[in-house]
Design a protein around this ligand. Structure first.
Ligand code: SF4
Ligand code: SF4
Length: 240
């Protein structure tokens, strides 16, 4: 039996035929509390061929509500062995499939803070994978593409003491190895004109986890709190 382990000790079984699971598990698409109550288990069937990417956000939000109701009715989340459901037509290399699994994983966290932490870290991993080891910014002789021909040798990791006025100095979170020590989401989401001309731009509305689990005010925080360590951003997010 192939399994996909996720956090909180849960796992999915990877199956090829849904028929024999229909009596114990509910289809994620259109899942209803009535059905869960009848089966007395919060167990999912996810057939990726039957799902459309544009409905992922709506589906996750609905699933979150159903999970809350299941808890209110003292219905067990997963089965006795902590199997949380069954995956059909799952491709482990498919970024969209994995994103939906990450979203379900986030829902299974009991505390809001833990969920935010997971969503934040997963998104950072995704954004880092777009940059690390790829020289997307075309650094050459310590100068990135945007700053080519200027005297700047630290890309965009610099700030002015007085907003946009005064002397520009390196950001205090820029490590000696030129890696960010702050895990700042707003900085990771930032793309300059140079990158945008190359077709690279990150919008929260295109990022399933951020778009699903944060409200509009939290999204502004995630986009605008530049030069800020993750811990401070997290403290702000849980207040909103
Ligand atoms: S994002 Fe733009 S300004 Fe920042 S390092 Fe990359 S190319 Fe340079
Ligand atoms: S916080 Fe932002 S500006 Fe500072 S080092 Fe990290 S990415 Fe660069």
């Amino acid at each position: 039996m192939d399994v996909l382990k996720i956090d909180n000790d849960y796992y999915f079984e990877i199956i090829t035929n849904v028929e024999k699971y229909k009596d114990v598990a509910s289809n994620i698409n259109g899942i209803k509390i009535k059905d869960i109550k009848k089966k007395q288990h919060f167990l999912l069937i996810i057939d990726f061929k039957a799902l459309q990417e544009k409905s992922y956000k709506k589906m996750l939000k609905h699933l979150m509500r159903v999970k809350k109701l299941a808890k209110l009715h003292h219905i067990e989340i997963g089965d006795d062995k902590k199997c949380i459901g069954y995956l059909v037509n799952y491709d482990k290399e498919n970024h969209l499939h994995n994103n939906l699994i990450y979203g379900i994983n986030a829902i299974l966290y009991k505390k809001r803070r833990d969920r935010y932490n997971y969503v934040y870290d997963k998104t950072c991993e995704e954004l880092d994978s777009c940059f690390y080891g790829k020289n997307v910014c075309d650094f050459k002789d310590n100068q990135c593409g945007e700053k080519r021909g200027t005297t700047s040798h630290i890309g965009c990791c610099r700030r002015s003491r007085f907003f946009f006025f005064g002397k520009w100095i390196p950001c205090k979170y820029l490590g000696k190895d030129y890696k960010c020590e702050a895990k700042c989401m707003a900085c990771k989401l930032f793309t300059c004109d140079y990158l945008e001309k190359k077709g690279i731009k990150f919008r929260i509305k295109d990022m399933l986890l951020l778009n699903t689990f944060f409200n509009p005010i939290q999204k502004v925080v995630l986009k605008c709190m530049l030069y800020t360590p993750k811990e401070r951003i997290m403290r702000t997010l849980v207040l909103l």
